[in-house]
Design a protein around this ligand. Structure first.
Ligand code: MG
Length: 161
């Protein structure tokens, strides 16, 4: 099902990195807003910074992907220095194709981490990537996103079983 993630965690730091290795994941595409930092923050906090570096030290390639603007993404990425895709228009495929070129590995070896079902999970699943959903870090969002959240909540409740 295109709206169902392969895995679901409360936050990115809960993700089982060893498991990802075991199933052959080599590259990771990570959403920024509300996945790595709250929507209102501009730069990564220590937790985020350490996690991204841990992934890279463990041998994963990491690409950041965001529907947000170039300036937002560049400011966030200043000290991380990841390959980035801004104005991604998720869930459209173009940005994921671009990201997979940066990661230089086949889609089946790529995991997508994000907080939104209709952009991150749907977009990743359409590409045949391994999808990981996390809970959003902040409630402060656009009106439209809030509306989408209500629908997502129903799906999340289902996933929790
Ligand atoms: Mg997000």
């Amino acid at each position: 099902m295109l709206f169902y993630p392969n895995e679901y965690y409360k936050t990115f730091s809960d993700i089982d990195i060893d498991h990802l290795k075991r199933i052959g994941i080599k590259g990771i595409i990570v959403d920024i807003d509300n996945t790595l930092i709250p929507w209102s923050n501009k730069v990564p906090d220590e937790n985020t910074y350490l996690w991204i570096n841990k992934l890279r030290n463990e041998g994963f390639k990491v690409c950041l992907i965001s529907n947000n603007t170039k300036s937002r993404v560049q400011e966030f990425n200043k000290d991380l220095n990841c390959p980035v895709v801004w104005n991604a228009k998720k869930p459209l495929k173009a940005a994921y194709i671009k990201a997979s070129k940066y990661l230089d590995c086949p889609v089946k070896n790529i995991a997508v981490v994000g907080d939104q079902i209709f952009t991150d999970v749907f977009g990743g699943n359409r590409m045949g990537m391994y999808t990981i959903l996390v809970d959003p870090l902040s409630e402060k969002e656009f009106f439209w996103t809030k509306l989408i959240r209500k629908i997502e909540k129903k799906l999340r409740d289902k996933l929790r079983g």
